[in-house]
Design a binder for this molecule. Structure first.
Ligand code: ATP
Length: 280
């Protein structure tokens, strides 16, 4: 088991409940796409699984460890070093060199002396070059991050996670700054790399066609709840209409969906509403 959330809720410090009654688990090596409208709770769910926000209700286990507000800081730090996160906007200091930003993926795994030394002089230049080559950015090895485009910076964030060789990869809109061709190639790369290293991958995506084309399992999130959790081949037009419908139930134009996998344009809305999944 890679992670298991049992009736998890997350209420932020301002009192807003972003997640409720989430029951979700994944076997090690699974690839899961999270889809859902803006504000549905996808980032909150990824943050909870990555232990950046700890659940305020329910139980959670990640990589064999219970993770809660009661967990020791040392245990959480060790756990986080096994989790790689690709952010929508990579949290990379812009004055940093690309090589240093990539090597930062292993700072949590290296002994303190090596981590500090690497900040002064990169400790594994061949490793960083190899990770950058996988996202076609090896020519930028010694460039400063503030000399890169937003899309290139996003790929540096992906190279960092590939270099980290994380057991669990959480990717929050990992291709939001990339053009369609590069988005396709980058999602494919993430899925392939995760599979090659038996890492679990959970990625939130607004591009439903990319999710359906590259991931075997699709989880639909809406209003902080899991609306459906299905093999990609079983995701039908009704599920997508319910997921992206306006609050009053009227259908909303679906986000990017060009794939032949789901013929949503021709779909008629099902009269049976899609039910929110309950834990048991
Ligand atoms: N730190 C926070 N404090 C308070 N509320 C928050 C916080 N983070 C997120 N929220 C709220 O939780 C809800 C879910 O946000 P979240 O970012 O998880 O959605 P999302 O599905 O990732 O959206 P998007 O697709 O637009 O990125 C939103 O209403 C948001 O305003």
């Amino acid at each position: 088991m890679s992670f298991m959330l049992d009736d998890v809720g997350l209420t932020h410090s301002n009192g807003f409940t972003a997640l409720s009654h989430i029951c979700l688990s994944a076997a090690q090596g699974e690839s899961i796409a999270l889809i859902g409208p803006s504000g549905a709770g996808k980032t909150s769910l990824l943050s909870a699984i990555g232990t950046a926000y700890l659940p305020t209700a329910g139980q959670m286990q990640v990589l064999g460890q219970a993770a809660s507000a009661q967990s020791a800081a040392r245990e959480l730090k060790a756990l986080r070093s096994r989790i790689g996160t690709v952010h929508q906007a990579a949290p990379i200091p812009l004055r940093q060199r690309v090589v240093t930003a990539v090597l930062a993926g292993k700072l949590g795994q290296w002994p303190l002396w090596k981590a500090l030394a690497s900040l002064a002089y990169p400790q594994d230049i061949p490793g960083a070059r190899e990770a950058l080559a996988r996202v076609q950015l090896d020519d930028k090895l010694f460039a400063r991050c503030d000399q890169l485009s937003g899309g290139q910076l996003q790929r540096v964030g992906i190279a960092r996670v590939l270099y980290q060789q994380a057991e669990l990869i959480l990717a929050d809109e990992p291709v939001s700054a990339l053009d369609p061709a590069l988005s396709q190639a980058t999602v494919q790369l993430l899925v392939q790399e995760a599979a090659a290293h038996n890492a679990t991958l959970v990625a939130s995506l607004h591009a439903v066609d990319l999710a359906l084309a590259h991931f075997s399992r699709i989880v639909g999130i809406r209003g902080g709840r899991v609306l459906f959790d299905l093999p990609a081949a079983q995701v039908a037009a009704e599920q997508l209409q319910a997921l992206y419908a306006h609050a009053d139930g009227s259908p909303m134009p679906l986000p990017t969906l060009h794939s032949d996998a789901v013929q949503v344009e021709n779909a008629t809305s099902s009269s049976a509403p899609v039910q929110v999944m309950t834990c048991r």
